[in-house]
Design a protein around this ligand. Sequence first.
Ligand SMILES: *Cc1c(COP(=O)(O)O)cnc(C)c1O
Length: 388
Amino acid sequence: MNNFLTEKLSAFQSLETPFYYYDLNLLEQTLTKVKEEIVNKPYHIHYAIKANANSRVLKSIKKAGFGIDTVSGNEILKALEMGFDSSMIAFAGVGKTDKEILIGLKHDIFTFNVESLEELKILDQLAGSEGKKAAVAIRLNPNVNANTHHYITTGLEENKFGINPWELSQLFDLLAQLKNIELKGLHFHIGSQIRDLSVFKNLCNRVNELQKEFKARNISLEHINVGGGLGVNYQEPDAELIPDFKAFFQVFDDFIELLPGQELHFELGRSLVAQSAALISKVLFVKKGIKTNFVILDAGMTELIRPALYQSFHKVENLSKADAPSSHFYDVVGPICESSDCFGKNIQLAETERGDLLAIRTTGAYGEVMSSNYNLREDAKIYFHDEI
Ligand SMILES: *Cc1c(COP(=O)(O)O)cnc(C)c1O
């Protein structure tokens, strides 16, 4: 085994574990690839800040010239603090509080991505009381199956997100009445970790159909926002450190029907940042069981909750035994007092012992940002490629 982590092994050995290690060169190569794929197209990227709100990650995103997709008032404030222009900040979410809506109004953000008819009425009232017009994209539920884990599927009728197609005539009536709403576009987001690109083709077809309903009423739309959701290779990260953005954008080139002058917006999160970080942890103990041997790490669900929350897979590597054959099987677990605090069962590793350094791969998205202090554990430590 030889990769951008094994290169850093001797530096890692002198650091207190566990910690997140970020390779911002890899992040910037990833962002450059996206820019190359959309150049000369009416396409715009709003990075979904909920995937990773680390300030240095955000600096790289800003340097790439992307906007920000937010899902809370504090995310809006963080994006502004990092120097993103408010005209490049979108705000989605099924449950925006009045306080959060007022933050968006005060800063004249690019759009409120509105998820229900009631929210639209409240937004109109609040905008009126502030003497503002709220720029809006309507989030429609396209009823397209993302074929991903049910906890990260968002575009089905049974999900809580977006306005359903049978509410469209009510929506058109409301849009005609509400004076403080300025309709800019339509918004969709059908789920996350989508590896099957035909799902995005299905989305394009639904968007084209729904867009016709607006055109039939002479309602013009400056942009269509198709959300994020492109997946990454968790199984074999080194085989695909940069996702296949070419194939992803090609689906939209081929299947979305934009009207003259219309822009297409994307809210990529995971696919931009996931491969650029690993969680590095030390083996505390190797415990022999009857059928199973356990590797007990000093990192747990407090640093990385995805396996416990959605049974997600992250590749685990023994960096200290990079040249040894993967001849042993272990359940790799954390120290937290919860049975779900497990990074993987029956993981094939080199023979592992106390003190070895393990890498949990592909943790740049929904890793650091979801960490907690449960059990009164310390904040996750962070290192970057140019610090060590
Ligand atoms: C989470 C989210 C995204 C980003 O999803 P990824 O799977 O990380 O690309 C984009 N848009 C909205 C509205 C979201 O909630």
